[in-house]
Design a binder for this molecule. Sequence first.
Ligand code: PBG
Ligand code: ZN
Length: 326
Amino acid sequence: MHFPTYRPRRLRRTETIRAMVRETSLDANDLIYPMFVEFGTGVRREVSSMPGVFNISLDQLPAEIDELKSLGIPAVILFGIPETKDEAGTGAYAEDGIVQQAIRAIKAHAPEFYVITDVCMCEYTSHGHCGALDDDGCVINDVTLELLAQTAVSHAEAGADMVAPSDMMDGRVAAIRAALDAEGFSDVPIMAYSAKYASAYYGPFRDAADSTPAFGDRRGYQMDPANGEEALRETALDIDEGADIVMVKPALAYMDIIRRVKDEFGYPTCAYNVSGEYAMVKAAAANGWIDEKRVVLETLLGFKRAGADLIITYHAKDAARWLKEG
Ligand code: PBG
Ligand code: ZN
């Protein structure tokens, strides 16, 4: 295979032949839209560091779901902002908690629309960490497992189609699987945030969800950005414990991890295109420094090429609209 026998440009001459030999495709069906829900009515507040992303109240959900459906986006992942936070994060598993109510509101409006819930404690704890703390301010792993399991079950009881633990405690997939099964939810799948890194790219999300840790950071439970082999071990553990879908997060700086996880396990793999990645694109686009549409579609296609089957992205609505336009 060498020049002049092989001329790669022969298959690039027209859009027809380019489309015929195209290896990867991006479809609205691949996209999951993250939503931040809070109490109150008539709330639609733009997140300052995430232009185009809003914190919304429960009454806004039906219109929001209609819009997503019309764009061909099949699913949301819900994040809740509770009215009050406490040491134990009780709002995470309250029967009438914000996410539980949001699930019910969506299901009452559009029963077939797919609702995934983020399962974690950090939006609900007064200290902002992802679990229960000991006296030294360290997250206690095994006590947290019970809180997470209870949270996942409360989401399933409210009608969630899938739960997605993002806490990075050891053994949480097994704990959640056992609790769901015991309560009659053996058909509810788990999408595990398997390789979730302690990343600077979560900054804007923490503005939106008001979940910045009051002290310290998350490096005692989220992964070290330097580690790739460990991502495979984390993913293997989650699969052993019953994960149905595995996730790599963030996506852009971890494309190698997406590829390795896909190659190693062949599992349905989700890439989380996180808040900081979104914010950077929006900032550059607002300055006229990049062509937003082309950059976003190229980035999302890149995640697919790297091995992602699913992409959680704040760009979902725009991307679906652009894909429609062709
Ligand atoms: C909660 C959670 C976070 C994100 C998703 N779930 C924040 C964090 O771990 O600090 C980040 C998502 C994003 O940045 O878009 N554990
Ligand atoms: Zn958390």
